[in-house]
Design a protein around this ligand. Structure first.
Ligand code: 6PG
Length: 247
C-alpha cells in the first residue's frame, strides 16, 4: 500500500484539492476501465468537496457507480442522512443515472438494510467489492465510516455491511466493514479541523494500531488529505516528501 500525506491551508483548500484529485481519479479510472465504483463519505467535511466536484469538467458521470461507506438509520430526506447531503451537494448537480446511485436505505430496519446492501455488493462485484475510490472522513476518536473504537463492527471479518447499534450511537448506523473498505484500490481520507489533531497524530505516529482509521489499508493507495488545523501537531518527519502546502 502506498501512502501519501497532503497538507493544505484550510477547509476550503481541502475541498478544492480534494475535488481536483477525485476528478482526476474518476477520469483516469473511466478512461482505463470504462467505469468507476466510487464510495462517498458522510458527515460534514466532504460537503464542500462534493460541491466543487459537481463543477469539475470532463467527468463521464454516466460511467460512475455511486455507493456509501455508511448511513445513519434515518429516512433519505432527514437532515442527518448522508444520502441527503450527497444528493444536495453533488448528485442533484451531475448526470449520474439513478440506477447507478446505490443508496443505503436508512429508513428500513438496520439489520435488514445491512443484509440487503451486503447482498447488493456481492451481486454487483460477483464477490468481494473492489471499489476504485473510497472517500472517508475521520472522527475525533479516529473512527471511519461508522466503525467506532471498541464496537464489534470494527472487528467484523466476514460480512461486508453491518448494522451499528449501541447505547451512545444515536441514530443507529449501517456501515461497510474493513473487508469491504480495504478491498478498494484507493482510499482518500479527508481530515479537517483542530478537533482531529490528537487522533491524527496518533494515527500517523507509526505506533501500534489503536484507532479504527489505522486499520484502513486499501490494496493500492491511501491518501491523507489534511488541512493545517488538523495537521498542526504532526511532526515534520511524519509528513512525507509529498506534502502539499497550498497558499
Ligand atoms: C458519518 C461519517 C463519519 C464521518 C466522521 C467525520 O456518517 O458521519 O461516515 O465517519 O466521516 O465522523 O465527520 P465530519 O466530517 O463531520 O467531521
Amino acid at each position: 500500500m502506498r501512502q501519501e500525506v497532503a497538507l493544505v491551508a484550510d477547509e476550503a483548500a481541502l475541498a478544492r484539492e480534494g475535488a481536483k484529485r477525485v476528478a482526476a481519479i474518476l477520469r483516469h479510472v473511466i478512461d482505463t476501465q470504462g467505469s468507476c465504483a466510487f464510495v462517498l463519505a458522510g458527515g460534514h467535511t466532504p460537503t464542500a468537496l462534493y460541491q466543487a466536484l459537481a463543477v469539475e469538467p470532463d467527468i463521464a458521470w454516466a460511467d460512475v457507480q455511486i455507493f456509501w461507506g455508511d448511513e445513519r438509520a434515518v429516512p433519505p430526506d432527514d437532515a442527518l442522512s448522508n444520502y441527503r447531503m450527497a444528493r444536495e451537494s453533488l448528485l442533484s448537480r451531475v448526470p449520474v443515472p439513478a440506477a447507478q446511485v446505490h443508496r443505503i436505505r436508512g429508513e428500513d430496519p438496520p439489520e435488514e438494510t445491512a443484509a440487503a446492501y451486503d447482498a447488493l455488493l456481492r451481486r454487483l462485484f460477483r464477490g468481494l467489492p473492489q471499489f476504485d475510490l473510497v472517500l472517508l472522513g475521520m472522527g475525533e476518536d479516529g473512527h471511519v465510516a461508522s466503525l467506532f473504537p471498541g464496537h464489534p463492527a470494527l472487528h467484523e471479518t466476514r460480512k461486508l455491511v453491518v448494522p451499528v447499534i449501541g447505547e451512545h450511537i444515536d441514530p443507529p448506523r449501517i456501515t461497510l466493514t474493513l473487508p469491504a473498505l480495504n478491498g478498494a484500490e484507493r482510499v482518500m481520507l479527508l481530515v479537517s479541523g483542530a478537533r482531529k489533531t490528537e487522533a491524527l497524530r496518533l494515527a500517523l505516529s507509526g505506533g501500534p494500531a489503536s484507532l479504527p482509521v489505522q486499520w484502513v489499508r486499501p490494496r493500492g493507495s491511501l491518501l491523507w488529505l489534511l488541512d493545517a488545523a488538523a495537521g498542526s501537531r504532526l511532526s515534520r518527519d511524519t509528513l512525507n516528501a509529498q506534502v502539499r502546502q497550498d497558499v
